[in-house]
Design a protein around this ligand. Structure first.
Ligand SMILES: [Ca+2]
Ligand SMILES: [Ca+2]
Length: 334
């Protein structure tokens, strides 16, 4: 009998100790993540609720309060809570304060094609027009990219002589072009007057810095004429490759310090791929063209239908009477 009471007492003491640690926030004293104010190594709506409770004085402190001021305005409030909620909803890719998110950049290192496979480039082009957010749904994009890569692999294994043809993205994944206002231009020129290899890209223009941080700026290139400081600085910014470029450009253009923002774009012409899916069939056109053609050029078109593993080459005359192919041909322009 005495032994059983001893065990129950022991368990009760353990529960009290855990409860005490929970309430006092003593179960962890530090977190490596900004926004993780309860120090559980996850940034979630629970953290947002805690920040709101602090802001409304329902609680007096946060276990990891040093991770709570996400916009570096010196206070922890509902704006910081909203940032955590936006992150959880995948509307932004980073909650890090600008001084952390934008530290130690080496200008001019944008990965070509955003580092995407051919399927990834085409998946972005398919999803962007039907997405209103600043980012495409990453899981959906990656699933679609995988499916398209398999379609292209099937065509290339049947027609190896067309393997050199890759999609030519209208918009390089993740890239934006900006023209800065005079005061932002001046701030950027000052930043780049220091070590050009390692730049903390915080310009002091809070809204601009915050958008760069939230959209996960990976790298940038500034274009300006040193001897003509009155000319505005043009910026090429690169972000994660599931950026929805036109929505992101609109968000930047709404800022006072940005004169103009547009998705980056490729000029000229060259080999290209266009495709679409109807029911369970992929309709694919490969355009062959010699190299890069800055003044425009077009080569022969190759038509394919792909269902599962089955690749069917379609004669051009037959393809031009199929609505799906007719729609695709129009994308190659005149
Ligand atoms: Ca947390
Ligand atoms: Ca704040």
């Amino acid at each position: 009998m005495g032994g059983r009471y001893y065990i129950i007492g022991y368990i009760a003491a353990g529960i009290s100790a855990i409860a005490f640690l929970w309430i006092s926030g003593g179960r962890a004293e530090a977190s490596n993540l900004f926004g993780d104010v309860d120090c559980n190594e996850i940034v979630s709506s629970v953290d947002a609720v805690l920040i709101l409770q602090l802001d409304t004085a329902l609680i007096g402190s946060l276990p990891c309060e040093n991770k709570s001021d996400l916009d570096e305005d010196g206070t922890t409030d509902s704006t910081d809570a909203l940032t955590v909620l936006q992150f959880e909803a995948q509307l932004i890719v980073s909650v890090d304060p600008p001084s952390v998110a934008l530290a130690d950049m080496t200008p001019g290192q944008c990965p070509s094609g955003g580092g995407l496979s051919d399927g990834g480039v085409l998946a972005n082009e398919i999803l962007a027009p039907e997405s209103s957010g600043v980012f495409l749904n990453l899981e959906r994009r990656d699933r679609l990219a995988e499916e398209i890569d398999a379609v292209l692999a099937a065509i290339r294994s049947k027609k190896p002589d067309l393997s050199h043809i890759s999609p030519r993205p209208n918009v390089p994944p993740g890239q934006l072009l900006l023209s800065a206002s005079p005061s932002l231009s001046e701030a950027i020129r000052d930043l780049l007057a220091g070590d050009p290899e390692r730049v903390t890209f915080v310009t002091g223009h809070a809204s601009f810095d915050l958008l760069n941080a939230r959209f996960g700026l990976v790298d940038f290139t500034a274009i300006f004429v040193r001897v003509l400081p009155e000319l505005p600085v043009a910026l090429s910014l690169c972000f994660p490759n599931h950026l929805n470029s036109s929505a992101a450009a609109a968000a930047f253009e709404a800022l006072e310090e940005v004169a103009q923002a547009v998705p980056d774009s490729l000029l000229g012409d060259g080999p290209d791929i266009e495709l679409l899916k109807r029911d369970e069939t992929w309709y694919v056109i490969l355009e062959d063209a010699e190299g890069d053609c800055p003044s425009g050029c077009s080569g022969p078109l190759h038509f394919f239908r792909v269902s599962g593993e089955t690749v069917t080459r379609v004669d051009e005359a037959e393809a031009r009477s199929e609505p799906a192919f007719v729609e695709l041909v129009q994308r190659f322009g005149p």
